[in-house]
Design a protein around this ligand. Structure first.
Ligand SMILES: [Zn+2]
Length: 260
C-alpha cells in the first residue's frame, strides 16, 4: 500500500475507534478508550528519557503504556499526545503484533519529528484520535493560529498537532509552515491548496522575515508564529490560488528541546 494511503487508513482507524465508543465531544477520553484493553496506563515524570513507551509483559499478558508528564500543566497537550501515540502502537495490529512477537519496545518522541515509518504512523493515529475530523469540522472553516490555539485548548492537544489537523481538515486553501529560525522544516498543504498545485516551500528555504506578522506564542518549547495572513509569494511558478492563504510557522525557543 502506498505510504499516503496507509497513513490515511490509520487516521480512519483512529477516528472509527472514537466513534465506536460514542464519544461526541472533545476532549477525547483516552483512559476510556483503553479501559477495556489489557493496557495499564503509567504516567510519570521520566525527564528527558522519552515522551512515551509501550512495553509488553508476557508473564502478565499486559501492555504498559508509559507517558511522560514532565512540565506539568505547562506541557499542555504533549502528555496526552504521547499517550495517544502509545495507544496507536497498541491499537494498530502490526505494531501490537510486533511487541507480542517479542519485538523490542522503543522510546517514542512526540512532535512529528521521528522519521521511522512506525513512529510516523503512531503520530498520525494520535493526531486523529485526539482530533477526529467529525469533531473538528466546525473549527476548520477558517483556520489560523488563533483557531489552532482554541482547538488546542478545547481538544487538549498540542498547538502543533492542532494546527496540523486544521490544515488537514479544512476546505480552505492554506498551508502550515513549520520552521526553525527562518528556515523551513516542512510545509503541509491543505487539500484545496494541493489540488491547485501552487504552493511548495522546500525544506531549508529562508522565509522572508518582513512577511512575519504577530500572533507569536511560546508553547511546548516552540515559539509558534503566524506567517502570512494574505497571499503567499509564488515559489514554483503558477498562479496564486484565489482567496486568502493562511499559514503558520514555529520557531524553536531556546528553553529546552521541543516536543509536542
Ligand atoms: Zn512510538
Amino acid at each position: 500500500m502506498a505510504r499516503d494511503a496507509r497513513l490515511e487508513e490509520i487516521g480512519a482507524i483512529a477516528e472509527s475507534l472514537v466513534r465506536a465508543y460514542g464519544i461526541e465531544r472533545p476532549p477525547i477520553d483516552l483512559e476510556r478508550l483503553l479501559a477495556d484493553e489489557p493496557v495499564r496506563i503509567c504516567p510519570g515524570d521520566f525527564g528527558n528519557a522519552f515522551d512515551g513507551r509501550l512495553e509488553y509483559r508476557p508473564a502478565a499478558g499486559i501492555f504498559l503504556a508509559f507517558y511522560n508528564t514532565r512540565g506539568g500543566p505547562a506541557a499542555a497537550g504533549r502528555p496526552r499526545f504521547s499517550l495517544a501515540h502509545e495507544a496507536g502502537h497498541y491499537f494498530l495490529d502490526s505494531h501490537r503484533n510486533y511487541l507480542l512477537g517479542g519485538g523490542d519496545p522503543h522510546n517514542s518522541e512526540a512532535g512529528f519529528r521521528a522519521a521511522a515509518p512506525a513512529e510516523r504512523e503512531a503520530d498520525v493515529f494520535a493526531a486523529h484520535l485526539l482530533m477526529p475530523a467529525f469533531l473538528l469540522a466546525g473549527y476548520a472553516r477558517d483556520p489560523d493560529l488563533e483557531e489552532a490555539a482554541k482547538v488546542s485548548g478545547i481538544f487538549q492537544a498540542s498547538l502543533l498537532a492542532s494546527a496540523i489537523r486544521l490544515v488537514e481538515s479544512t476546505s480552505r486553501s492554506c498551508a502550515l509552515v513549520v520552521s526553525s529560525g527562518s528556515k523551513v522544516e516542512y510545509c503541509l498543504q491543505s487539500q484545496d491548496l494541493k489540488a491547485r498545485g501552487w504552493l511548495w516551500l522546500p525544506k531549508s528555504l529562508s522565509l522572508p522575515r518582513r512577511r512575519l506578522r504577530g500572533g507569536r506564542e511560546k508553547r511546548e518549547g516552540r515559539t509558534m508564529s503566524a506567517f502570512w495572513k494574505g497571499k503567499l509569494p509564488p515559489t514554483s511558478g503558477g498562479n496564486p490560488p484565489e482567496g486568502e492563504i493562511t499559514s503558520f510557522g514555529s520557531r524553536r525557543s531556546t528553553s529546552r528541546p521541543s516536543t509536542g
